[in-house]
Ligand binder design. Structure first.
Ligand code: SAJ
Length: 417
């Protein structure tokens, strides 16, 4: 039974804001904290500064009813949920900078008895580091009861929600809850029980940390298999979509879908944490990363090869920039990388970019007068070469007849499956 009434969520991004909004929707008082003033202003106005279906209604209602407020300073609270970025360093080990910065804002508020949860995806040991840093900043507190000081309970509860389906999956997914102590795990479990209808699986923090990395690595390895097949199939002159569809009729085969590469801030990043921690052992995981990271270059080469047969003034439509369908998230997006690379190489051609989820081209295209952001219909009409990079609904909705007479490179297989 949860007894925590006030939660501070540090980091109002793709995970922090939905978590804050859903806790608030269950009647908890939630203080959202973000260093970005414009995020704070947006949330306090009941707005969501990014695209995530269904989130807007939750935020609007929670702010209107006074359960959710945002600010740049961390207040004192019964529980702190840290949902900050965990990028990697040059050697691909985790950069704990943002976690430490969050801990520095939490530490002065602690009196003992609070729960501090790390949600950010992290290699094994990171939650322990966060806990150790908290007690280093506050030597009057301890992480375990046997030290005879007031205790801070530290747990790791990795998020597993799928961008685009966050509001649904946050409620329905099973959740791994890892504590530095059993008591910390149980307190965290009770808090998540407030909104989570899935199973809450209690373990230690390091196992929870590795489980999350393993889930995303599993996915990465399987997508790499599909991407490798797409390259092999092309070599044999075989339609990879048909090939996979046929193979998947086997009762124990379930091949994923190839694409322009793997993007986002999770699947394209997390496996590297395993490789950095176990470089000799993580051979398959490393190779999968390399296979997926090589795919955008393969797409660029394919586009350049197709262009050789087209007139010099033929325009190109690049359909989609986001890292996957129906979101506006461009982080680590293979589609964006492909578009930037092609725009740099083809500076004497008109490049028509379609990305229905953004209003302006990102700064990667600054100074490129030959590149324009257009709506789907105009881009398709003007262009002789169409490159599907993201299976956005607007791209799926392009009528087959408007493709007639055009060269199509469909990295998502939506017009070929
Ligand atoms: N992709 C393919 N082929 C596929 C499936 C995906 O090329 O068959 C590509 C997508 O286009 C995209 C990338 O992979 O570029 C990742 O997309 P995704 O939809 O598979 O996953 P994410 O990154 O949006 O979310 C993942 C999820 N993890 C798993 O499914 C194991 C989600 O549950 C996690 O919460 C999230 O990472 C995270 O935050 O870690």
């Amino acid at each position: 039974m949860n007894t925590i009434e006030h939660v501070a969520v540090i980091g109002l991004g793709y995970i922090g804001l939905p978590t804050a909004a859903i806790l608030a929707s269950k009647g908890l008082r939630v203080s959202g904290v973000d260093t970005n003033e414009s995020t704070v202003t947006a949330v306090n106005a009941g707005e969501v500064p990014f695209v995530e279906p269904g989130l807007g209604a939750f935020v609007q209602e929670a702010v209107r009813d006074g359960y959710l407020t945002a600010g740049t300073l961390t207040p004192s609270a019964g529980a702190y949920i840290v949902a900050v970025p965990t990028p990697f360093l040059a050697d691909r080990s985790v950069d704990e900078r943002f976690i430490r910065a969050a801990a520095e804002t939490i530490a002065p508020q602690l009196v003992g008895g609070e729960l501090v949860i790390l949600e950010s995806t992290s290699p094994p040991g990171t939650s322990a580091h966060m806990g150790e840093y908290l007690v280093e900043l506050r030597p009057d507190l301890a992480l375990r009861r046997d030290e005879g000081k007031p205790v801070i309970h530290v747990a790791h509860c990795p998020e597993r929600v799928l961008p685009g389906k966050i509001m649904e999956e946050m409620v329905s997914n099973d959740r791994i809850i890892g504590g530095l102590t059993t008591e910390a795990a149980e307190l965290a479990r009770d808090l998540y029980q407030v909104f989570c209808e899935g199973q809450l699986l209690v373990t230690d923090a390091a196992t929870a940390e590795l489980a999350k990395l393993v889930e995303n690595s599993f996915r990465d390895v399987n997508i790499a298999f599909a991407n490798e097949l797409s390259v092999i199939a092309e070599k044999f002159g075989i339609n990879v979509w048909e090939l996979i569809d046929l193979a998947n009729h086997h009762p124990r085969v379930n091949i994923l879908q190839p694409g322009p590469g793997v993007g986002g801030h999770c699947i394209a990043v997390d496996p590297w944490f395993i490789v950095a921690g176990a470089p000799e052992e993580a051979r398959l995981i490393r190779t999968a990363r390399e296979v997926n990271d090589a795919k955008p270059r393969w797409v660029v080469e394919k586009v350049l090869a197709e262009l050789e047969a087209l007139p010099g003034d033929a325009e190109i439509a690049l359909l989609g920039l986001a890292f996957k369908a129906n979101i506006d998230d461009l982080r680590q997006s293979p589609a964006l990388n492909i578009a930037v690379e092609l725009s740099r190489k083809l500076d004497s051609r008109r490049i028509n970019i379609v990305e229905p989820n953004i209003a302006l081209l990102p700064k990667d295209f600054a100074g490129m007068g030959h590149v324009r952001l257009l709506d789907t219909t105009e881009a398709v009409t003007r262009s002789q070469l169409l490159v599907v990079l993201v299976d956005h609904q607007e791209v799926r909705d392009i009528p087959q007849e408007s493709l007639a007479g055009k060269v199509l490179i469909d990295t998502k297989g939506i017009f070929q499956a």
